[in-house]
Design a protein around this ligand. Structure first.
Ligand SMILES: [Zn+2]
Ligand SMILES: [Zn+2]
Ligand SMILES: [Zn+2]
Length: 241
């Protein structure tokens, strides 16, 4: 079986490695303008070529959960849309809130917060601009309207894509994956070498494990919001919501 592949080994390898360096053509594949500044590519967009910063940000208004790489001159280094200045606008189909002018800029600054979004394959951090219109729905509702499930009902700082929850449902039923294992896997996928640095807000329900815990109920003693980087000790159970 593998014998059939051997004649193509060099050609396949050449093709795969050639994608690790940009072509001589330095123009943006989206706007076609020749650029001398840093170029970017997306590993999630299909047929993604090198694009300029402006096109990279514009092309991802509808695709904010993509992985971006930056050409350093020697290799492609991972970066993020947040690092490049991307803002996730809510309430107006990806456009900024029309209420910005009435807020005279002050409201705009107040309306931008950081949101951790868990999606299949990676955890993303975004600067989010909430809709500040007079008839704007609450923040959790604004998230739901864009297909994100809020991590809390007050002022959510984390959210989950629906496809992630569907994926986890299948993963837990078919592979018996626990919530903590699934979250650990996501952190590892986000940062393979330093997964503990990936911020994730979760709700921690701490239980006192009584002596006959195998048969008796667990007694809840505390509830707090913390991060997965803060290990709670032996008497705690992670409840991932
Ligand atoms: Zn461009
Ligand atoms: Zn993309
Ligand atoms: Zn608005």
């Amino acid at each position: 079986m593998m014998h059939d592949w051997l004649p193509f080994r060099d050609a396949f390898l050449q093709e795969m490695l050639s994608g690790e360096a940009p072509s001589q053509d330095k123009s943006c594949s989206s706007c076609q303008e020749a650029k001398t500044t840093t170029m970017y590519r997306c590993s999630d967009c299909f047929h993604s070529g090198l694009v300029c910063l402006e096109c990279c940000l514009k092309n991802h208004i509808q695709h904010p959960f993509h992985c971006i790489q930056e050409w350093t001159g020697q290799y492609f280094a991972p970066t993020t849309l947040e690092t490049l200045g991307f803002i996730l606008h809510l309430g107006h189909g990806g456009s900024s809130c029309s209420d910005v002018g009435e807020n005279n800029g002050e409201g705009m600054r107040d309306s931008i917060t950081t949101l951790v979004v868990m999606d299949i394959g990676q955890i993303y951090t975004h600067k989010v601009s909430w809709c500040k219109c007079s008839d704007a729905p609450t923040k959790p509702i604004q998230l739901l309207q864009t297909g994100l499930y809020p991590g809390s009902v007050d002022s959510p700082r984390s959210a989950f894509t629906f496809r992630l929850m569907d994926y986890y449902h299948v993963d837990s039923t078919e592979c018996n994956t626990t919530p903590q294992s699934f979250c650990t896997k996501l952190r590892r996928l986000t940062n393979r070498y330093h997964p503990h640095t990936v911020p994730v807000s979760v709700i921690l329900l701490e239980y006192l494990i009584i002596s006959d815990w195998k048969t008796g109920p667990l007694q809840r003693i505390d509830q707090s919001i913390t991060t997965m980087g803060q290990y709670p000790g032996p008497h705690a159970v992670w409840i991932w919501t």
